[in-house]
Design a protein. Structure first.
Lengths: 131, 121
């Protein structure tokens, strides 16, 4: 079953066309969000929202009475099932845990969504010819 | 020993609650321009949404040179409002977002609901 799309009845076929939708959360070291945004765009995602966060490991580090936290950024992206998979593998490959971005990502199923056109744009004749 | 029994009882209660949940509770995320923050929070409190949290974020929308020159740029600064609510309230909020906030139009905002399968309070 796909997710329910509240679009005011304007595009009732969208649900059939895109199927399941997922939200992908990507956690990276601060300063790498723009790089990851480019990666996810090239993987087919439309856009994303970036939030600042701080990471806390298993060891609680305190230096002179001040807690030392790792500065992180969270990139949130909603995409159809197929694109979410592509996004996750692209992030793993180019900004994964072994890279300076130290990217970790997870996805969750989305049951209802509003305000998004998730249907991929049809390729132009020129693009089709090049493909 | 008594503590262990209490703990077991609590765990059983949580499991029972979670079984009863079965996708009837959603984690709702609303992302919109920061100018809409107050209006959105008012709407959520009117609906009776519990556990409302507000975060700040920024969008990644790219605008063309001409659009930028003309000042037709969607707001970069965003507000991320999250809440946990029942499916009925989620539907109400989603409909309000379309009807009152025009979320069905581009560059206004987005909202999505993730099913919750565990809850304890």
């Amino acid at each position: 079953m796909g997710c329910r799309i509240e679009d005011g009845g304007a595009n009732n076929k969208m649900e059939e066309q895109i199927g399941k939708v997922r939200v992908v959360y990507i956690i990276v070291n601060a300063g790498h969000a723009d790089e990851v945004t480019e990666i996810i765009r090239s993987a087919g995602a439309g856009g994303a929202t970036i939030m600042n966060a701080r990471g806390e490991g298993a060891l609680h580090e305190v230096f002179m009475g001040i807690t030392v936290d790792a500065e992180k950024e969270i990139i949130l992206c909603v995409a159809p099932d197929k694109i979410a998979d592509q996004v996750m593998s692209a992030v793993k490959e180019r900004a994964g845990i072994k890279t300076p971005a130290h990217g970790v990502c997870f996805s969750m199923p989305v049951d209802r969504v509003v305000g998004m056109n998730l249907i991929p744009a049809k390729p132009t004749e020129k693009e089709e010819h090049n493909a | 020993m008594k503590n262990e029994e209490q703990q077991t009882q609590n765990n059983q209660n949580i499991n029972q609650n979670n079984q009863n949940l079965s996708h009837k509770v959603y984690y709702l995320v609303i992302i919109a321009g920061r100018k809409q923050k107050n209006a959105l929070l008012t709407m959520l409190t009117e609906v009776g949404a519990p556990l409302i949290n507000t975060l700040y974020g920024r969008g990644t929308v790219k605008t063309g040179y001409l659009m930028n020159l003309l000042g037709i740029v969607s707001e970069e600064n965003k507000v991320v409002i999250t809440s946990v609510m029942t499916d009925v309230k989620t539907d109400t909020v989603m409909n309000t977002l379309v009807e009152k906030f025009g979320f069905d139009k581009p560059n206004t905002g987005i909202a999505f609901a993730v099913p919750v399968n565990g809850l304890s309070y």
